[in-house]
Design a protein around this ligand. Structure first.
Ligand code: TXA
Ligand code: MG
Length: 331
């Protein structure tokens, strides 16, 4: 799953020419373009069918590039970078005046991340070697707008195949859900999107758990739209206690369900498609999007997700499930 030297060269040539390249990161696959080239960035929005006022994350090869993109970077932001980069944490910072509106959605801030995937880092280093040491790759998740983020190269081909000239294959993503986003442009850091880096991890640097502000419906963070990360099949969350009754009722109606659960089926011979997911939040996040995608392909009538514990360690997974339920079955 390691791209060849020729693959990297082609990727860099495409980026330099203002074309798109899909790349693996440790969270999900991204759809990348030269972040300093507004015409190239516009192609991302066209390929995804995404509204143009949604800001993108700029991926960098290392901390050294940060000051080129952001200004007034507070000390706490540098500490977060030291601790969590390369890794699944995106920082929102005041942008430098030159940063294109195409990247920031016209806002005065920019999202920055040094990803932890070796293929992403190698591409970023090679791109910076020819485009300038501070060069960055703007990349949203490589899915069509509102749909499930891709965690393998095959998922990217399924979502965007014809509109991306090159998909770098780096194997399945290790984290499986999008990066934690923390806004450091305000007086106090605030989490805009929960992720693998949890409030508890952040507490180690901040000295307290940051507030989480996932304003439903606000377009500032597109993942914060109530409906997002959604499969095409309708979806329901059902508590463990009600699950068996619910599934039996569906069966009487002739409906076949795809069930996502951390437990074995309560009885044998159920006519439903049962998928066992890991009972820990990290393992569950890793498998979640591939499982939702598989359910879409399995042709079930309804995806039933057994509700998860209501604790902060499950917050990121619960956030994605809530939005998936809100958007499911709409396309
Ligand atoms: O893990 C990830 O973050 C993946 C990989 C490819 O890095 N990327 C990703 O990108 O999830 P995307 O575009 O699907 O989600 C990025 C989120 C969006 O919700 C966007 O609104 C938010 O980051 N964002 C970017 N810049 C922002 C800014 N200046 N202010 C507030 N939110 C911002
Ligand atoms: Mg996305």
């Amino acid at each position: 799953m390691t791209p060849s030297d020729a693959d990297y060269q082609r990727a860099v040539e495409l980026l330099r020419a203002g074309e798109l390249v899909a790349l693996p990161t440790e969270t999900v696959y991204g759809l990348g373009a030269d972040a300093a080239n507004p015409a190239a960035v516009a192609k991302i929005f066209a390929a995804k069918g995404r509204p143009a006022d949604h800001p993108l994350i700029v991926h960098l090869a290392g901390h050294d590039a940060v000051a080129h993109w952001a200004e007034q970077v507070p000390d706490v932001a540098w500490e977060l970078m030291e601790t969590f980069w390369p890794g699944p944490l995106t920082l929102i910072l005041k942008k430098q005046a030159w940063v294109p509106d195409a990247v920031t959605g016209g806002q005065d801030t920019v999202g920055l991340r040094v990803p932890g995937h070796p293929v992403a880092l190698e591409l970023l280093r090679r791109f910076a070697a020819v485009a300038g040491e501070h060069a960055g790759i703007a990349a949203p998740s490589a899915n069509r707008f509102g749909r499930i983020s891709p965690t393998t190269a095959a998922h990217v081909a399924e979502e965007l195949g014809n509109s991306v000239p090159l998909i770098l294959d780096g194997g399945p993503c290790s984290v499986g859900i999008e990066s934690t986003i923390i806004d450091c442009s305000r007086s106090e850091p605030v989490v805009l999107r929960p992720g693998h880096i949890s409030p508890l991890h952040l507490e180690a640097v901040l000295g307290h758990q940051p507030a989480i502000e996932t304003a439903h419906g606000a377009p500032r963070v597109s993942g914060s739209l109530a409906a997002h990360y959604a499969p095409q099949t309708p979806m329901r969350l059902v508590t463990g206690e009600r699950l068996l009754d619910f599934l039996n009722a569906q069966r009487h109606r002739g409906g076949r369900c795809g069930v996502l659960s951390t437990n074995q089926p309560p009885q044998a011979g159920m006519p439903h498609d049962w998928r066992l997911l890991p009972a820990d939040p990290v393992g569950y996040a890793h498998d979640l999007y591939a499982a939702l995608r598989a359910m879409d392909h399995a042709g079930v009538d309804l995806i039933v997700v057994e509700a998860l514990p209501d604790s902060s360690e499950w917050a990121a997974v619960a956030d994605r499930l809530r939005r998936a339920v809100a958007g499911a079955g709409q396309s």
